[in-house]
Design a protein around this ligand. Structure first.
Ligand SMILES: [Cu+2]
Length: 122
């Protein structure tokens, strides 16, 4: 390996570790909570992240137990917190297990995504 290749590798390693250390928008809390069972349909989903969000490029796909997409309102930032996204629900959700697939772009320009489930039922 020549000196240039070594330098390039070192730079790549540094870059990788730098990016690894940066806090992207990780999902920190959500309502209904991940894996929670709630007795009543929530009026909205609430997702709190570790970083501020570019809300125009953020959203969720809500799916029922049958995998079908459940319509929701548009994702919006909480008025007092640019790290928290709320998604109003169009109507009451029937009993069952739902999957929330979320994707966000944080203010530092990094996309992150994930999914969690909650259940409505007694
Ligand atoms: Cu980031």
């Amino acid at each position: 390996m020549n000196a240039f290749a070594r330098a390039a590798l070192a730079a790549a390693a540094l870059l990788a570790s730098t990016y690894g250390a940066v806090a992207h928008a990780h999902l920190k809390a959500q309502m209904p909570a991940a894996d929670a069972r709630v007795s009543a349909s929530p009026a909205a989903l609430s997702l709190a992240f570790s970083e501020g969000l570019e809300i125009g490029l953020c959203g969720v796909t809500l799916k029922g137990a049958d995998g079908k997409v459940v319509a929701t309102g548009a994702a919006a930032l909480a008025t007092d917190d640019d790290k928290r996204m709320t998604v109003p629900l169009d109507g009451a959700l029937a009993a069952g297990t739902y999957t929330v697939e979320w994707h966000v772009l944080s203010k530092d320009g990094h996309p992150t995504r994930g999914a969690y489930q909650f259940t409505i039922g007694p």
